[in-house]
Design a protein around this ligand. Structure first.
Ligand code: BG6
Length: 491
């Protein structure tokens, strides 16, 4: 029978990640991660990494997600710099207050990530850090006591720094077993508390990122990206298998950065190009995680960059046996690609392309495309036929306090339009089981800015780290609360 409106047990909620929210970066034994060394360059608005070179000089460079530090250099924090992720939004101290706000909103589910380096500071230890475990146990219990189901991401761009610097990061097969140990520890320690897990956040970004080089990414960069992805796919499949064996109640999802790629014209070359973007950027990762095998077109992708994967028979078996239970993804925008010359280029959230004349763009240049969300849901449903969850979506905007209030009607409109498309998709037969809007409580954006805010709740902190961290409900708070109360009847 056709579903009218949102299913009655629809999982409404919000999402945050550890390094963007928790703060307390060096408290209770948490080990460092690369992001702890990122500052925001006020002049360019870009993130820079700080490090010392082999002669002890203090250096800053734009290396985020890019190549490793030069030989002989080490990540370092400098006293005259501000590191936004060191404080996040103080979730570490404020989590009870934040969870109370989530309850007031009516959340059924709350997505957060576990910081690997709180549990295993270097990533190689045998025994977990008890203080890290107890922090998350307290958070999960608090959520449960408030009637909210935790949705836990195991990796949100926060590999322990030791593994990156000393072991070569995800280019090293050993990372799989270090991750296995961490992930299985979580599974066991949080049994009964956590029912929903996601393995790697926006796992496909490794490839999407290379497209942002506009054709200038080297073969070597592609080879590394495909290898890193393979090890992550295998690690993900190990966790899914273990979860299914260990606890029948646990469900595991993938986490794909969901960007539909549109052709800029009806030129068949543009159509073909947009297909290639979808294959490389979206389907390659999704197929392995959801179908348990590499797609046929993988051969074509590898040939382009002479990729030879380190891959074993056991890996292939594990991938087959460890497919996810549901398809989860983030959705912020669509992207337009063309083979033709264009000067009007735009980019956002790991997708670059040309401007879409039919769409509006946010202050940060991200396309506003609610219908693109429905289009993506349809594509994915056709291909995988799995229950789906949208685990990130939202509007990053520069909210301004007026008489102590935030009148974010633009965010209400954004939510309204995206939720309306979700409702239509459900009516068309899509099995959508949940929605966690991104950054429900203002947090540090991936680009390091505090002023790019996503929340329903404002957090008093600026880009220099000044502020009281006071939480203030925005107008969108009441809107989303009503949506949840009426189970999406009133949008
Ligand atoms: C996703 C990430 O890519 O987009 C989040 O999973 C991130 O960590 C979000 O914050 C929004 O991006 P940004 O750059 O606006 O914070």
């Amino acid at each position: 029978m056709m579903q009218v409106g949102f299913p009655k047990d629809f999982l409404w909620g919000g999402a945050i990640s550890a390094h963007q929210a928790e703060g307390a970066w060096n408290v209770d034994g948490r080990g460092p991660i690369k992001r702890d060394y990122l500052i925001l360059d006020k002049k360019t608005g870009k993130r820079l990494v700080t490090y010392v070179d082999e002669n002890g000089n203090h250096c800053k460079a734009a290396l985020e997600n890019g190549p490793q530090l030069p030989k002989g250099c080490h990540y370092a924090c400098f006293e005259d710099c501000y590191y936004p992720d060191h404080d996040g939004n103080h979730f570490f101290e404020h989590y009870k207050e934040d969870i109370a706000l989530c309850r007031e909103l009516g959340f059924k589910i709350f997505r957060l990530s576990i910081a690997w380096s709180r549990i295993f500071p270097k990533g190689i230890e045998e025994k977990p850090n008890e203080k890290g475990l107890s922090f998350y146990r307290d958070v999960f219990r608090e959520l449960k006591d408030n009637g909210i189901e935790p949705l836990v991401t195991l990796w949100h761009d926060d590999t322990p720094l030791y593994l990156e610097e000393e072991c070569g990061g995800w280019q090293n097969r050993k990372l799989i077993s270090y991750f296995d140990h961490y992930a299985l520890t979580c599974l066991k320690e949080f049994k009964g508390l956590v029912k929903y897990y996601l393995t790697f956040n926006e796992i496909n970004n490794v490839l999407l990122f290379l497209d942002m080089f506009n054709g200038n990414a080297t073969d070597e960069m592609y080879r590394k990206a495909y290898q890193e992805l393979h090890y992550k796919f295998v690690a993900s499949s190990h966790f899914v298998k273990a979860a299914h064996e260990y606890d029948q109640d646990v469900k595991v999802g993938c986490m794909i950065c969901g960007v539909p790629f549109y052709p800029a014209s009806a030129d068949p070359k543009d159509i073909m190009l947009s297909l290639e973007y979808m294959q490389r950027g979206i389907y390659y990762s999704s197929d392995v995680l959801c179908k348990g095998e590499y797609p046929d077109f993988a051969r074509k992708l590898y040939a382009k960059h002479q990729v030879r994967l380190d891959i074993s028979e056991d890996d292939l078996k594990d991938l087959k046996e460890g497919v996810v239970d549901f398809y989860s993804f983030s959705y912020y925008m669509s992207s337009v690609v063309t083979v033709h010359q264009s000067d009007d280029l735009v980019s956002g959230n790991f997708a670059a392309g040309v401007r879409n004349e039919y769409l509006d763009y946010s202050e940060w240049g991200w396309a506003f495309d609610p219908l693109g969300l429905r289009y993506f849901l349809e594509l994915i449903n056709d291909r995988y036929r799995l229950p789906m969850m949208i685990v990130e979506n939202g509007l990053g905007a520069n909210d301004v306090l007026v008489d102590g209030r935030i009148h974010d009607d633009y965010r209400i409109r954004y939510l309204h339009d995206h939720l309306s498309e979700m409702k239509k998709a459900i009516a068309d037969g899509i099995e959508l089981i949940g929605y966690t809007m991104w950054g429900c409580i203002d947090l540090v954006s991936a680009g390091g800015e505090m002023k790019k805010r996503y929340g329903l709740v404002y957090v008093d902190k600026d880009d220099e780290g000044n502020g009281t961290y006071l939480r203030i409900r925005k107008d969108s708070f009441a809107y989303y609360q009503k949506v949840i109360r009426t189970n999406g009847e009133e949008l």
